[in-house]
Design a protein around this ligand. Structure first.
Ligand SMILES: CC(C)(COP(=O)(O)OP(=O)(O)OC[C@H]1O[C@@H](n2cnc3c(N)ncnc32)[C@H](O)[C@@H]1OP(=O)(O)O)[C@@H](O)C(=O)NCCC(=O)NCCS
Length: 367
């Protein structure tokens, strides 16, 4: 049975920074309150011309570059997002077309802030089963488009960004070691974005009622999260046959510094073993784990051979954890420049659209 290794990684965060002081100009809050209760100092906000796919594509190209893998070699693309570009088509298909992943299947996955855990596991299990060799897993969000900037309970928390992993089959032991996925729909009403779906299709009334905004029962979500992180981390470690002492690094979902602190206490682990960057990006939902992981790699905190746990929680309710042995790029003689494929991808996309148009003209004549 092949192993599923993480061989590439990349991040894309928008440049515009929104500080706590900026938010204090919009709602009745202040920098001190936000820092004390959440650990957040600032977050990134997508420019008007940046979409969930824009960030996803940038992160993907960087991940492919690290893995030295051509987009044409991808078998599968999963975009995890709670803020997809549209209900359909899938954001994953937009990414597939833009990067020129000519033979990849592509779909979106929605498991809120736990989405990246679920998506890495889905791609990992497809690799383990032998049905695919190379997968691209992306967590991408433009949450700022769904934040009610008049609601101080939520607008202080969220930010935009994307992170991507390339996963590849290998006979070498390592990579993904275990995965746990959990859900509890009885808590579905605790964190929601109700408008624009089939139950509340977009209408003047839904907009008037603010159903297109994120709503949250902060305290209840906090209680759930503090319990979930520690227990599911333990479950993933047990499944992988690892002890807490074996773990080099934990990469938790970045929602609130206090949640991470509580998890560290529960697991009796020093806080230094947890990656924390919520201060600079806020909660980027499903993108937060890959963004934090890439930062850890760049700072030399996550190295080949390290035992790492990724752990997430969020709306649904959903939660989950992955234990992995970090691989790093597979040594190879070839040097792939995925960015160059973009030009050909664009040409290919235009040619296919033109062909479809011409086909349409002829089929009309036949009718
Ligand atoms: C949202 C959160 C930071 C609020 O912190 P909290 O300590 O629970 O605060 P509370 O909601 O109890 O509010 C305490 C007081 O601060 C006020 N308050 C709420 N938001 C405020 C803000 N942004 N600025 C200043 N005061 C605020 C409340 O009105 C309340 O005032 P009151 O006591 O006079 O009624 C916290 O509940 C949280 O982080 N929850 C989890 C959220 C999360 O992680 N969501 C994503 C999951 S993926």
């Amino acid at each position: 049975m092949p192993y599923a290794h993480i061989t590439g990684w990349g991040v894309s965060v928008p440049e515009p920074v929104l500080t706590n002081d900026d938010i204090a100009k919009m709602v009745d809050t202040n920098d001190e309150w936000i820092r004390e209760r959440t650990g957040i100092r600032e977050r990134r906000i997508a420019r008007e011309d940046q979409y969930t796919s824009t960030l996803a594509i940038e992160a993907s190209l960087k991940a492919l570059q690290v893995a030295n893998l051509a987009p044409t070699e991808l078998d599968l693309i999963i975009v995890s997002s709670s803020t997809p570009e549209h209900i359909f088509p899938a954001t994953a298909c937009i990414v597939q077309d833009a990067i020129g992943a000519t033979k990849a299947g592509a779909f979106d996955l929605l498991a809120a802030c736990t989405g990246f855990i679920y998506a890495v596991n889905m791609a990992g299990q497809s690799i383990r089963s032998g049905s695919i060799k190379n997968a691209l897993v992306i967590g991408s969000e433009t949450l700022s488009r769904f934040v009610d900037w008049k609601d101080r309970n939520t607008c202080i928390l969220f930010g935009d960004g994307a992170g991507a992993f390339v996963m590849q089959a290998s006979d070498q032991p390592g990579g993904l070691l275990s995965a746990v996925m959990r859900s509890d729909g009885s808590g579905a009403d605790l964190l929601t974005l109700l408008g624009g779906g089939a139950r509340y299709p977009a209408s003047e009334a839904t907009v008037h009622e603010g159903k297109h905004y994120i709503r949250m029962e902060g305290k209840a979500v906090f209680r759930f999260a503090t319990r979930a992180v520690g227990s599911v981390t333990r479950e993933a470690l047990d499944l992988a046959g690892l002890k807490v002492e074996d773990v080099d690094l934990i990469v938790p979902h970045q929602a609130n510094y206090r949640i991470i602190e509580t998890a560290a206490k529960y697991l009796k682990m020093p806080l230094e073993k947890f990656v924390v960057n919520v201060d600079r990006y806020g909660n980027t939902s499903t993108a937060s784990i890959p963004i934090a992981a890439v930062e850890a790699v760049e700072k030399g905190k996550l190295k080949a051979g390290d035992k790492v746990v990724f752990v997430g929680f969020g709306a649904g309710l959903t939660w989950g954890a992955l234990a992995a042995e970090w691989t790093g790029p597979v040594p190879t003689k070839k040097h792939v420049h995925p960015e160059q494929y973009r030009f050909f991808a664009r040409l290919r996309s235009l040619a296919r659209r033109a062909l479809r148009f011409i086909e349409g003209l002829f089929s009309r004549r036949e009718l």
